[in-house]
Design a protein around this ligand. Structure first.
Ligand SMILES: C[S@@+](CC[C@H](N)C(=O)[O-])C[C@H]1O[C@@H](n2cnc3c(N)ncnc32)[C@H](O)[C@@H]1O
Length: 336
């Protein structure tokens, strides 16, 4: 089935990277048809959309592709599509403009009439069973049916200040989820955040049924993270007080996803942070299973490539500007 994922445009690369990483880690066989700005079209088994719906952070909608047309040829293309096999109850047509301009109202009415004629289905603009979603991209339309919308509700409710335990400096739940996805874990895997703070990363991983383990040097964070995890109904976790550099875990973990402290400011060249990061990477190496992956955030002024020795290789790297003086670099690091 051809599936179109409408991505968030909050970042130029992360949404598409996150999507591909989820497809790979879930073992989904897919071929990429288009990897465009703000969307991806792929050929994948029909059950794929349910998995994507449950995992993606930087995506808005998942749709089934029914046809392709030029802007002017959309009604002609719609006439040729077998809508009857796909539209059972009521329907509505709502155009999504990714880029470009058309008279959406008029086209929606025209398409509605064609589909009603071919299916006999009822138009319900308020609460349709099926949403016909033509997506406008410059001078063409991808005609789709919406399969799912990624709920914004969770990312709102999981905002750091809405959790039982809050401490400044927490990461946004969207970025936390995206980092967990970039690490390529799946349900049942073991994930460690050795600088867990308020547990933002562990919450997102735990909600995907990943077995989570956290550590923090500060007792308040350890207790707060436990409280936060319980609040989201996550029960399979272990959170301990430890220096990240002293952790020795039995059996190892599949992934380490973390946002270490930034330490001192850029003006002192991150001297102390670099020591902490180097020692953390040493302990990370001994706690990762073979093929284990680290996904970590670091401030732009830390030269992580300079700290990484030949046991590691940086597979992916993305920058995210936070404010004038801080850009976060997200890296996916593999062991060699
Ligand atoms: C940037 S915060 C992590 C924020 C977290 N991602 C969240 O969403 O809440 C870094 C955390 O590292 C902890 N920390 C600092 N040095 C540490 C060390 N050597 N070992 C373990 N934790 C440490 C701090 O107490 C702090 O909670």
């Amino acid at each position: 089935m051809e599936i179109m994922v409408i991505l968030s445009q909050e970042h130029p690369e992360l949404p598409s990277a996150e999507l591909k990483s989820v497809l790979r880690s879930e073992g989904i066989e897919f071929s990429l048809i288009e990897d465009g700005r703000g969307y991806v079209i792929l050929d994948a088994p029909s059950s794929t959309w349910k998995i994507l719906k449950g995992r993606l952070a930087y995506a808005h909608e998942i749709c089934r592709v029914m046809g392709y047309s030029t802007t002017g040829g959309i009604e002609g293309t719609a006439e040729k599509i077998d809508w009857k096999s796909h539209i059972k109850g009521s329907f509505a047509v709502r155009i999504k403009k990714l880029r470009g301009e058309v008279d959406a109202r008029e086209l929606e009415r025209g398409l509605g009439a064609i589909i009603k004629n071919k299916t006999g289905a009822r138009v319900d603009l308020e609460n349709p069973w099926t949403l016909v979603r033509p997506v406008l991209i410059d001078d063409r339309f991808i005609l789709t049916l919406r399969l799912a919308e990624i709920s914004k509700d969770h990312f709102n409710k999981a905002r750091p200040h809405r959790r039982p335990f809050f401490y400044p400096g927490s990461m946004s739940p969207k970025l936390a989820r995206c980092m967990v996805n970039l690490a390529g874990v799946r349900s049942g895997d073991r994930l460690l955040d050795p600088f867990c703070g308020t547990g933002g990363i562990l919450i997102e991983a735990g909600l995907m049924d990943v077995r989570v383990m956290g550590a923090d040097i500060d007792w308040r964070m350890v207790e707060g993270t436990r409280k936060n995890l319980q609040h989201y109904g996550i029960t399979d976790f272990e959170v301990i007080r430890s220096d990240a550099r002293d952790l020795r875990l039995e059996g190892g973990v599949d992934a380490i996803v973390t946002d270490p402290p930034y330490g001192i400011s850029a003006s002192t060249a991150g001297e102390r942070s670099e020591k902490l990061y180097r020692e953390f990477l040493n302990s990370a190496y001994s706690n990762l299973k073979e093929d284990g992956v680290i996904c970590m955030a670091a401030p732009h002024y830390i030269d992580l490539e300079g700290l990484i020795d030949d046991r590691f290789t940086v597979r992916e790297k993305y920058s995210m500007r936070m404010h004038r003086s801080l850009t976060r670099i997200i890296r996916v690091i593999e062991t060699v």
